[in-house]
Design a protein around this ligand. Sequence first.
Ligand SMILES: [Zn+2]
Length: 316
Amino acid sequence: MTTANAIGIDVGGTKVLGGVITEQGEILATSRRDTPREGGRALTQTIADVALELSKDFPVDSIGVSAAGFISSDRQTILATPNIAGWNGVNLDKELTQIIGKRIVLENDANSAAWGEFKFGAGRGRKDLMLLTLGTGVGGGLILDGALFRGAFGIGAELGHIRLIPDGHLCGCGSRGCLEQYASGSALMRHAREAINASPDLARNLLARGDGTLEGLKGQHITEAAREDDSVALAAFNTMANYLGAGIASLCAVIDPSCIVLGGGVIDAGEIFLAPTREAAFRLIPFTGKHPYPDIVPAELGNNAGLVGVADLSRY
Ligand SMILES: [Zn+2]
């Protein structure tokens, strides 16, 4: 029997989550630490601690680490990361190998999640897949002809930063009008606030789910209200679905994927969100009605997609 287990470690803004993953994508054990705020070497040590703890009980052949940011095409160096201090330009492979005594492979978090869904989740059995994770921002990942698409410099498939609205909202990437400014979980909150301001009387029920103020409103309140047909909550979802559908239609013109997987907390709303997204995407897709449409489906692996995916990628 083979024991080709691998460790995957997903580095997020608040937590470092590691797992021992089998070749079939099963999680045998997990370990979790808080992300040290100072980042840099403290974070590198935290990742090493997680890897050493997990490898004590499970011999592994390889270790993968996923993080938000641009990763060099040799999968060793963090070129730039938006949320982690002291990591830009760091050769994480070299630093971790010194502590752990094993080579590691680095991958972008959305690329890792796309690979996880492709191998073990919503994209099983497909040849291609386009992933959009709708969270604080919009992460993107592409699998083309069975291979992860990284681009020439390792920084491809930043699908959340295609331009949707000329001179639109300023984006963290320095550009304006990016898809993620209109179709992320954060954008849903903005759409909700705008819908509330437009119809304050209708919005009382929605606001009452939090503490009665705009600030107290959370994404889950919008989902709960939409499930009960609250018109303001539904308007927020429909606005987001229209923007996301427009972005998907443009991406389809370039990529022509058979399967689009949507992830992130917004997906908890299910068909309330997915149905208008499909409707908008298929209405706006070039030459609509004259070709097959891709499937647009929810992610299946949830928060584990990144660590399951990067563990598997570390095998290659
Ligand atoms: Zn952007």
